[in-house]
Design a protein around this ligand. Structure first.
Ligand code: PLP
Length: 396
């Protein structure tokens, strides 16, 4: 049986998959089983930060796999300890917990909000509510879904976990007005990814910090999609100069190997005691090697400078496309290598046309096409993406 037939027969239809089977990747290119080449600007949805099959990353993983792949968190492993120290260097004084995915990282943040809320009160009237943003996306587990106020995510799985309410990004009053005695935390994406690349302003993040301090609640950031160098900084929130209380990470952290992580500020980290949380696969020597290699290679190859040096011209290319096709494009929202092109009508025919012209992109909320190149792309690759977008849009 062909792969498409095997899919039809045996793989759950929980994705509306593109009708191509990818068989090989190298750098920012992938090939399908018919030999067609594509410029991959999905990066596995913000995961393959080094591009496909980076040789040093592969060697590091292969060497680690020959030595030790998985132990258990009932023992120490050196790679986990080193990775935790690197993440603390980036995030600030605190401690790190490891898991496998973004939704698991957020699930732990929700537990942390309740734990901190419990400790902060007389235990009877405990604080447990978490405020998130409308249009946000925090994952598909019950905590992740409850934090994600989107009909398409929650329906038909209601009733949701209790204790969530939702404000508007860049509207501090909408959050302030929701805080009551039971509120424990605000959890927010500095840039909404799945929601359609909606960017929190630095001023809004600063106001959230002040609000959380005044109300004595936690400010927790979901950097699962926008974090790990994608915006030209390790964390997207860095430009605001604030210090959050907790950060969720995943996606780009492992460069293609599953790993999630949560950083907690030192004071909050001390609330967690043995037995309160765990994860069988979290922080294995192999997963941590993958993440350490991403950090090492980005630093060694100057890939962060690549993101920062090439973004401005690339973004300008998108704005020129907007000028050319105002009848098709509603707006462009961009930060580093995270760009959203919001269309006036259905994005799916355009995504299909881009693919047929050799460019892979991914849809997001509000008919927004996401462009997520790996960090090692060249100026030529970025120019190509703009050319293909121009050509495709002239068909509509
Ligand atoms: C901001 C954000 N949080 C959480 C998640 C969930 O991550 P995962 O799919 O790894 O569970 C995603 C996935 O797209 C995300 O973009």
């Amino acid at each position: 049986m062909q792969t498409d037939e095997l899919y039809d027969k045996f793989v759950l239809s929980n994705y509306a998959r593109a009708p191509i089977t990818l068989v090989k990747g190298l750098g920012c290119k992938v090939w399908d089983d018919a030999g067609n080449e594509y410029l991959d600007f999905t990066s596995g949805i913000a995961v393959n930060s080094l591009g496909h099959c980076h040789s040093e990353w592969i060697n590091n993983l292969a060497n680690q796999a020959k030595n030790l792949i998985h132990t258990s968190n009932i023992f120490r492993n050196e790679k986990q300890a080193i990775l935790a120290s690197k993440l603390v260097d980036k995030a600030g004084n605190g401690k790190v917990f490891f898991c496998n995915s973004g939704t698991e990282a957020n699930e732990f943040l929700i537990k942390i909000a309740r734990l901190a809320g419990y400790e902060a009160t007389d235990k009877e009237a405990k604080k447990f509510k978490v405020l998130t943003a409308k249009n946000s996306f925090h994952g598909r587990t019950f905590g992740g879904m409850a934090a994600t106020p989107q009909e398409k995510i929650q329906f038909p799985f209601r009733p949701m976990l209790v204790g969530f309410d939702h404000g508007e990004i860049n509207d501090i009053d909408s959050f302030a007005s929701l805080i009551d005695d039971q509120t424990a935390a605000i959890l927010i994406e500095p840039i909404q990814g799945e929601g359609g690349i909606h960017i929190c302003t630095d001023a809004f993040l600063q106001d959230l910090r002040t609000l959380c301090d005044e109300k004595e609640i936690l400010l927790m950031l979901d950097e699962v999609q926008c974090g790990i160098y994608r915006t030209g900084k390790f964390f997207a929130f860095e430009s605001s100069g604030i210090q959050p209380d907790a950060i969720a990470m995943a996606k780009g952290l492992g460069g293609g190997f599953p790993i999630g992580a949560v950083w907690l500020k030192e004071k909050i980290s001390q609330l967690v005691k043995p037995g309160m949380h765990g994860c069988t696969f979290g922080g294995s020597p192999l997963a941590c090697t993958a993440a350490l290699s991403v950090i090492e290679i980005v630093e060694k190859e100057g890939l962060l400078s690549n993101v920062n040096n090439l973004s401005e011209k690339w973004h300008a290319g998108f704005y020129k496309v907007l000028e050319k096709f105002p009848q098709l494009i509603k707006s462009i929202r961009a930060s580093g290598f995270l760009v959203g092109v919001e269309l006036i009508s259905d994005m799916m025919p355009v995504i299909k046309n881009l693919r047929e012209n050799g460019l892979l992109t991914v849809g997001a909320g509000g008919n927004t096409i996401r462009f997520l190149p790996p960090f090692m792309v060249t100026e030529y690759d970025l120019d190509q993406s703009i050319n293909i977008l121009n050509n495709s849009l002239s068909n509509f």
